[in-house]
Design a protein around this ligand. Structure first.
Ligand SMILES: Nc1nc2c(ncn2[C@@H]2O[C@H](COP(=O)(O)OP(=O)(O)O)[C@@H](O)[C@H]2O)c(=O)[nH]1
Ligand SMILES: [Mg+2]
Length: 313
């Protein structure tokens, strides 16, 4: 419960704005056509996306008919349960980093400003707290500031940073980091990457090259390729996810800045349309502001419903 409360307080903004609107729709009144229209509008307004909103509403209508529910108040719990199931059915939802074959290489990809470097620092903190040793690799070589930013995280959390000079080859830095991890028996290599390039080379080509180097150096390739996605981007995030997934097959998504967004629907959209699990959720700028994604906590916070895990209704 303490964890849940912490999560709820962090996600308060999100819970207050968008989801309060959704939640209010479920105050106890007869279920009418207007109710369904308003629910659809509300979901779309919350970045769920038209297609996913339609899916959810069709499913909820079925629940209402099957259970002969005539009042919106009775439907709220069923809706919460449905959303949780919806997320839970995606394999790997909320799963921790796979560290089964060290060094586990974790690629963090995403557009500029999405929170990759910050997430690298937070994830290092998470891994350290689980007793894993970590190396950070400064794969964003296109901005001197990005290398410095990662080094700052490294000294803050007490983790070695493998970096090269500004403008050097990103794949070479990753190669060096993997060699360093092998030599020192390090469990996890977290790779920060560029979000936009200022040269003629193409970002997606570069990421594919980094991935090839990892595949060559580590049996089974990268343990994880996580898309770092700013939740505030809304539906744009979905388009980004599809593009990155092509260059580097993704194993999941880290949603950042949930403390800043008024909405949470993008998580449902990514899950439904890309079948990608949300792995972690960023709730601030500090080292400890990263939580494993929990569908149950997330939906509870969004809808203001406290679910109990033994609720088998
Ligand atoms: N509020 C908030 N800010 C974040 C979060 N994650 C990252 N940021 C901030 O977003 C900005 C961009 O982050 P950065 O890690 O540099 O993004 P990158 O360009 O993808 O590496 C920085 O100011 C971060 O402090 C988060 O979960 N919540
Ligand atoms: Mg960065």
């Amino acid at each position: 419960m303490a964890v849940w409360s912490n999560f709820v307080s962090k996600i308060k903004n999100a819970a207050n704005k968008w989801s309060q609107g959704v939640s209010n729709l479920f105050s106890d009144s007869p279920i009418t056509d207007e109710f369904w229209d308003e629910l659809e509008e509300s979901l779309i307004g919350g970045d769920v996306g038209v297609e996913t909103a339609d899916h959810l509403i069709a499913d909820l209508r079925r629940v209402a008919i099957d259970r002969r529910i005539a009042h919106t108040g009775e439907l709220k719990g069923a809706f919460a349960d449905m959303l949780v199931r919806y997320l839970d059915e995606i394999p790997g939802m909320g799963a921790p980093i796979d560290t089964s074959s060290p060094p586990a290489v974790v690629l963090l990809v995403g557009v500029n400003g999405s929170g990759k470097t910050t997430t690298a620092g937070k994830l290092a903190t998470t891994m350290l707290s689980q007793g894993k040793s970590v190396i950070l690799a400064a794969g964003d070589t296109y901005r001197a500031a990005a290398i410095e930013q990662l080094k700052t995280w490294g000294s803050r959390v007490g983790v070695r940073v493998v970096a090269s000079s500004h403008g050097s080859d990103s794949a070479a830095v990753v190669f060096d980091a993997i060699q360093a991890a092998k030599a020192s028996g390090t469990d996890v290599v977290i790779v920060d990457t560029a979000g936009r390039l200022h040269t003629k080379s193409n970002l997606m080509d570069e990421l594919a090259k980094v991935r090839r180097v990892v595949a060559r150096e580590v049996p089974g390739g990268p343990a994880e390729a996580l898309l770092v996605l700013d939740a505030v981007m809304g539906q744009n995030g979905f388009i980004q996810a599809a593009a990155f997934n092509k260059a580097v097959p993704l194993t999941g998504v880290v949603m950042t800045k949930f403390d800043n967004t008024a909405k949470g629907g993008i998580a449902l959209c990514i899950a439904q349309k890309l079948r990608l699990p949300i792995r972690y959720i960023g709730l601030g700028e500090d080292a400890l502001d990263l939580d494993a994604f929990s569908p149950s906590d997330f939906i509870s916070a969004l809808l203001g419903v406290e679910r109990t895990d033994d609720n088998d209704d």
